[in-house]
Write a protein of this length. Structure first.
Ligand SMILES: Nc1ncnc2c1ncn2[C@@H]1O[C@H](COP(=O)(O)OP(=O)(O)O)[C@@H](O)[C@H]1O
Ligand SMILES: [Mg+2]
Length: 259
């Protein structure tokens, strides 16, 4: 299921403002890549170009290519809705649909895609997705209760269950633990490590320890000053980035000297 991502010469704009410049990046399937860097350097913006969510903002556009297994997501023949199905996204704040039951939350993406499924298949998919998100044992006796009744960490795992229920090839996570307590954070990190065997995962994080714990590769982004575009400074094996990065700016950032 997992796919290789190949980004070439990517420039990302909000109207006239170039938010991110000249990104080149290859991401291997079945790996976790962490994006780190100071606030405002374009991590979220770049992440959203990987599933064509960026362009939903009026005036927002990209130049360059984003290939998944060799197919350019920005080619004219590509349907952005299909891309968003193939590339799931989990956000900073858990956002289950509050009035929907736990089970219906898991199925929400599948229903949006107009996929008709039998009751039995739906039940199987709910169980399989909740098991995949390490949440099944905690909620199996209350699937008909509202998703909003869960703790923050459980809600985030419910959102991950919803994302994987549509069987995406890639999972993008934008600071998925920033609203969670340390125990829930560890549960999500364990889950990411498990999901890696099936998906290509990209995670934005402000937490250096988290990047070091969960990711295989780390990409450091930075910006030269306000009004300047963010740039990818370097990407390498996570162990290398945290022990002997090539660039001085990376070392300064990971050692807490700025950002
Ligand atoms: N919807 C938007 N419209 C215009 N500019 C935006 C929008 N979202 C983000 N930006 C700008 O793009 C730049 C990168 O922001 P963002 O991707 O949120 O950075 P990060 O996630 O690294 O903190 C910032 O200068 C920010 O102000
Ligand atoms: Mg962000």
């Amino acid at each position: 299921m997992a796919q290789r991502i190949d980004v070439k010469d990517l420039n990302i704009y909000y109207g006239d403002f170039k938010a991110v410049a000249d990104v080149q990046m290859e991401i291997e399937p079945r790996s976790v890549t962490a994006f780190i860097g100071p606030s405002g350097c374009g991590k979220s913006t770049y992440l959203r170009t990987l599933n064509r969510m960026h362009e939903v903002i009026p005036g927002a556009r990209v130049e360059g290519t984003v290939e998944m297994d060799g197919v350019d997501l920005y080619a004219d023949s590509i349907d952005p809705v299909a891309v968003r199905r193939q590339v799931g996204m989990v956000f900073q704040r858990p956002n289950p649909f509050p009035t929907m039951s736990i089970a219906e939350n898991v199925l929400a993406g599948v229903r949006l895609n107009n996929r008709r499924i039998s009751k039995g298949d739906a039940q199987d998919l709910v169980e399989q997705s909740l098991r995949g998100a390490n949440l099944w044992n905690e909620v199996k006796d209350r699937l008909a209760r509202p998703g909003s009744g869960l703790s923050g960490g459980q809600q985030q795992r419910l959102c991950i269950a919803r994302a994987i229920a549509v069987k995406p090839q890639v999972l993008l996570m934008d600071e998925p633990c920033s609203a969670l307590d340390p125990i829930s954070t560890l549960a999500i990190e364990d889950l990411i490590s498990e999901l890696k065997s099936d998906y290509t995962i990209v995670i934005v994080t402000h937490n250096m320890q988290q990047a070091a714990r969960v990711s295989d590769r780390t990409a450091f982004f930075n910006l030269a000053g306000t009004g300047q575009p963010g740039r990818l400074v370097e990407i390498d094996d996570t162990a290398t980035i945290f022990s002997s990065p090539r660039e001085r700016a990376t070392e300064d950032y990971i050692s807490g000297r700025f950002g």
